[in-house]
Design a protein around this ligand. Sequence first.
Ligand code: SAH
Length: 225
Amino acid sequence: MRFDIITVLPGLLESPFAHSILLRAQKKGIAEIFVHNLRDYATNKQKSVDDYPYGGGSGMVMSIEPFAKCIETLKSAHQYDDIIFMSPDGETFNQAIANEFSVKKNLMILCGHYKGIDQRIRDLFVTREISIGDYVLSGGELPAAVMVDAIIRLIPGVLNDETSALSDSFQGELLDAPVYTRPADWKGHKVPDILLSGHEAKINEWRYEQALARTLKRRPDLLED
Ligand code: SAH
């Protein structure tokens, strides 16, 4: 799966994809992430990518020209399943959307900055608008990294058995069960006996009960359907 991310701050997207599961996915050739510097597509002498808002008001607005040029260049080489704009007023990202995107081939992701991007970019090019939650960040880079991480770990072959996504919270209707590792007794705080029993069926039953109890307590809304 291929991701093309357009940003004015490519440096912000270096580290999130350079470690652990996301790095492994790229090394295995399962995911390819290309970060494009919007400034390379600026057409004026100053290489500026933003301008004052029409009608006045605070904050700079990202201009249509560089985005259009970058998007059109990418579109001439690849077919995109979606062109996604990260935006606080978009649909709220969740595990269902991550699953939906994880079976796509090519996604383009636009990161906004400052006050936002010229509305015409959204009207003319964007096919999907995604928010990572009801709060406002300085730019779309961290939201894009969050979304790409959630998508990549769902692509078959990325996680191994030890890190299987199937029992994760939100993958089904239950939150995940509590987990423990050695030591079995830390200053008198013991790991539940059942987990040391070696009885797989009973352990699975215990995990299911714990997950159910946790979901009822913390997120009963997940069980409503
Ligand atoms: N004026 C805008 C916010 C601009 S924040 C508004 O009130 O809706 C600058 C950029 O950061 C946005 O264009 C978007 O790309 C990104 N961003 C900020 N918060 C975000 C969020 N919760 N989810 C996704 N992207 C976000």
